[in-house]
Design a protein around this ligand. Structure first.
Ligand code: SF4
Length: 90
């Protein structure tokens, strides 16, 4: 029972095939973004955009973090989506 409860509580990893992920152009590897479809990441500034420097990202380990836009599902640190917004300067 305990294991089941833990599994239910565990954060869910966002799939690229999730309908909302597709709508917002989420890629778990930002270098694979189709920049014809998502020109925001084609611009010189776009190359610096990753989940781990996005306002909506909270790191959870080195390679992933929770994304507020996707109901706190886990996204890849080096991922990207079209909702990317720069973290406000600290
Ligand atoms: S909103 Fe930000 S953290 Fe969330 S998937 Fe898009 S780029 Fe990554």
């Amino acid at each position: 029972m305990g294991a089941v409860a833990r599994a239910a509580d565990a954060p869910v990893v966002l799939s690229e095939d999730d309908p909302m992920a597709k709508t917002l152009g989420y890629y778990k590897d930002a270098s694979k973004v189709d920049v014809k479809k998502w020109p925001k990441r084609a611009a010189p500034e776009g190359k610096k955009q990753f989940c781990n420097n996005c306002q909506f990202f909270t790191a959870d380990g080195k390679t992933q973090g929770k994304c507020q836009i996707f109901a706190n599902k886990l996204v890849a640190s080096k991922g990207w989506c079209n909702t990317w917004t720069a973290k406000p300067a600290a």
